[in-house]
Design a protein around this ligand. Structure first.
Ligand SMILES: [Zn+2]
Ligand SMILES: [Zn+2]
Length: 327
């Protein structure tokens, strides 16, 4: 198999020819058709997550075809289309797993982080954590749904019945959440890097009712905000934009420090919460809703060998929507 491997923190990924992974009894071998590039992959490469132990093959928005199944696998057979998301495994016995919060498992496995990921031609995945996909699902268009879509979905659900929603950072997740939110009759306000008129136009083209820089106040008070950009200064900015009782949801796995801010921004029962990882129920829920199925992703495709270019373009915001690698 071919893979793009992180051999040292902060270094470019290195193309490698490796032996195909052996498949444990509860695993399947997946031939990768497409793998999305997520901001979390940048945090892995940059060593901003605590358990990055090179060599690592990043990538956790995998769409592929099952080629081989382990002895104990019953639910998947060769030829089936599957998605492999960020949540690669859980312990099943900790208090969180037993109480429907496996996203917070004490001993989790994550694809492209603690398990090999999809910046490769093949990947082994635990069958129970794969998502069944339709045979006609278009691989490149579907890949970003596996993380940007699922985490965005979990964030959107955390806003409850909020009607006016602010999205801070208009990348892969926001471009999907915008479409879902509008189908749910919510109103979307898009906040981009100040001066990023391309991202603002992109947001408006997807149906956002307003778009502007994150340094600007929205024209109306928001009921809730979701922060996708890894920028701590956006927390007080979003608190300022939400109404009394409003909620700010932080959707990223890593963020720069949040600056001190006056208590009055939090006062009046405003809340700041974070969303961590996803559950298998999130994945099933998202992929079974017609709302999600109608999402049209905007993608920029790169050959697998050009993964470093894709990561650099993501870092510098050089494309709209999501980057996807194709082996
Ligand atoms: Zn657990
Ligand atoms: Zn991700």
């Amino acid at each position: 198999m071919r893979a793009m491997v992180l051999e040292g923190i902060g270094e470019p990924l290195v193309p490698k020819e490796l032996a195909n992974p052996s498949v444990l009894p509860d695993e399947v071998l997946v031939r990768v058709e497409a793998c999305g590039v997520c901001r979390t992959d940048l945090h892995v490469v940059d060593g901003e997550l605590p358990c990055v132990r090179p060599p690592v093959v990043p990538g956790h928005e995998i769409v592929g075809v099952v080629e081989r199944v382990g002895h104990d696998v019953e639910e998947l057979v060769p030829g089936m289309r599957v998605g492999v998301p960020w949540l690669g495994g859980t312990c099943g016995v900790c208090a969180y797993c037993r109480n429907g919060r496996e996203n917070l498992c004490d001993h989790p496995e994550f694809t492209g982080y603690t398990r090999p990921g999809g910046f490769a031609s093949h990947v082994a995945a635990r069958a129970a954590y794969c998502v069944r996909l339709h045979d006609d699902a278009e691989a490149v268009a579907t890949a970003p749904l596996l993380c940007a879509g699922l985490i965005g979905w979990r964030c959107l659900r955390r806003t409850g019945d909020a009607w006016r929603i602010g999205l801070y950072g208009f990348g892969a997740a926001a471009h999907i959440v915008t479409q879902v939110a509008i189908r749910q009759d919510r109103e979307v306000f898009a906040f981009t890097r100040p001066g990023d008129t391309a991202a603002q136009s992109f947001a408006l083209s997807l149906g956002a009712s307003w778009a502007g820089g994150s340094d600007v106040a929205p024209p109306k008070q928001l009921d809730a905000a979701i922060i996708f950009a890894p920028v701590g200064t956006l927390v007080p900015a979003a608190l300022k934009a939400v109404r009394k009782g409003g909620r700010v949801v932080c959707g990223g796995i890593h963020m720069s420090d949040i600056p001190t801010f006056p208590y009055r921004l939090l006062w009046e029962e405003r809340e700041v919460v974070s969303v961590a990882n996803l559950t298998r129920e999130d994945a099933r829920g998202f992929f079974s809703t017609p709302t999600a199925m109608g999402v049209k992703t905007t993608t920029q495709t790169y050959r697998l060998e050009h993964a470093n270019e894709a990561l650099a373009d993501l870092r510098h915001g050089r494309f709209s929507g999501a980057a996807v690698l194709v082996p």
